[in-house]
Design a protein around this ligand. Structure first.
Ligand code: GTP
Ligand code: MG
Length: 372
């Protein structure tokens, strides 16, 4: 290697850039993550990790993160971005009905002729402000995404049926949201039912650390009927309120990065992926690495099924142009040029394959031991 930046070297070694910076500091070299290192410095560091410089050092598959945490952000101008909301709750408590109800009342209005596509997420506008809803089953989204270290949700709406109260998956949802440090808004649903008992819901949730504002706590409870569309406006106002408090920021003028919401193989269009842009602006033609695959954004479709040329922070878009089908929860990062995207993509694919092989060998050995 002629020269590498600290970040690139860390990446190749599968180490944290901060660790490399610390080592350089011990060697008397003050460095930043973007600093180019000469051959001597690279060799010193590699020797320290007992890595031969000549050896082909492959990029670790988990290391797209380094691009994700790009320091570009520091210089970029931050502006307010819409909140990304997930709906969670126990089976049959009304998650799908609520998602549909929100979409029906807010998306089609003023978007005459707009046909809502199912792309795993949609965006609405309330009082001139946008809100993005992830429409994949909340629990699955949380578990797969969190297993991959992705944080996509800003706010969780916890749906609890007023006639049923707190159930196992309600508690599970609370635990997920707490672990991810995502604020919870409680939607007490099915208020139209004669058997609705909202006080019981409030009481039961107290035991799980969610104390209603009415009782001196700081959790927002909103009574709704997802079926009849009642209380939805109030619920959305509360989402905006919590969002304002969270001061969600992103930059529009950097290369896009974000997370895969869902992806599949389409007969006609090839690999189709719904991406949530979390920072920057994604554009048609952008060279992109997604998980362990890569490509060039060929076409983008928004949640209304319209072709768009660009997508800013918190916007879900469906893209085509990837070589393979990525997985939900995979990160994506746009690169400056196609060559880099290809190199990194191919290297990551190779690593993933190798990891799979190692995994298989391990499994086979385990099986062997099980049989003994
Ligand atoms: P899963 O996806 O199976 O976990 O269920 P879900 O949480 O998505 O619930 P869903 O929206 O499918 O609603 C379950 C049932 O409750 C359906 O029959 C809905 O019509 C009904 N339901 C949902 N919201 C309300 C409501 O506000 N009032 C009444 N009366 N029924 C509701
Ligand atoms: Mg459902």
């Amino acid at each position: 290697y002629e020269s590498l930046s600290v970040g690139e070297l860390a990446n190749k070694l599968g180490r944290e850039p901060s660790e490399i910076i610390k080592k350089l500091f011990m060697l008397g070299v003050m460095a930043t993550i973007n600093q180019e290192l000469d051959k001597d410095a690279i060799e010193l560091i590699c020797a320290d990790y007992e890595v031969e410089v000549e050896e082909e050092i492959r990029i670790d598959v988990t290391d797209l993160e380094i691009y994700f945490e790009d320091s570009e952000e520091v210089e970029a101008e931050l502006t307010e971005r819409p909140p990304v909301v997930t709906i969670m709750g126990h089976v049959d408590h009304g998650k799908t009905t609520l998602l549909d109800s929100i979409r029906d009342t807010k998306v089609t209005q003023g978007e005459a002729g707009g046909i809502t596509q199912h792309i795993g997420a949609y965006q609405i506008e309330v009082e001139g402000k946008k809100i993005t809803f992830l429409d994949t089953p909340g629990h699955a989204a949380f578990t797969t995404m969190r297993a991959r270290g992705a944080k996509v949700t800003d706010i969780t709406i916890l749906v609890v049926a007023a006639d049923d109260g707190v159930m196992p998956q309600t508690i599970e949802a609370i635990n997920h949201a707490k672990a991810a440090e995502v604020p919870i808004i409680v939607a007490v649903n099915k208020m139209d039912k004669p058997s609705a008992n909202p006080d019981r819901v409030m009481q039961e949730l107290t035991e799980h650390g969610l104390l209603s504002e009415a009782w001196g706590g700081d959790t927002i409870f909103v009574p709704i009927s997802a079926l009849k569309g009642e209380g939805i406006d109030h619920l959305l106002e509360m989402v905006l309120l919590v969002s304002e408090v969270a001061e969600l920021k992103a930059s529009k003028n950097i290369r896009a990065k974000g997370t895969v919401i869902e992806a599949q193989l389409d007969r006609g269009r090839g690999s189709v992926a719904t991406l949530l842009v979390q920072d920057g602006t994604l554009r048609v033609g952008d060279p992109i690495v997604v998980g362990t695959t890569f490509g060039k954004v060929r076409a983008m479709i928004n949640d209304l099924g319209r072709r768009v040329k660009e997508a800013g922070p918190s916007t879900p878009v469906e893209i085509t142009g990837l070589n393979e089908v990525p997985q939900a929860g995979d990160r994506f990062v746009v690169f400056e040029d196609e060559k880099t995207a290809r190199q990194i993509g191919e290297s990551r694919a190779g690593d993933a394959l190798q990891e799979q092989r190692v995994e298989k060998t391990r499994v086979t050995l385990d099986n062997l031991f099980d049989q003994m």
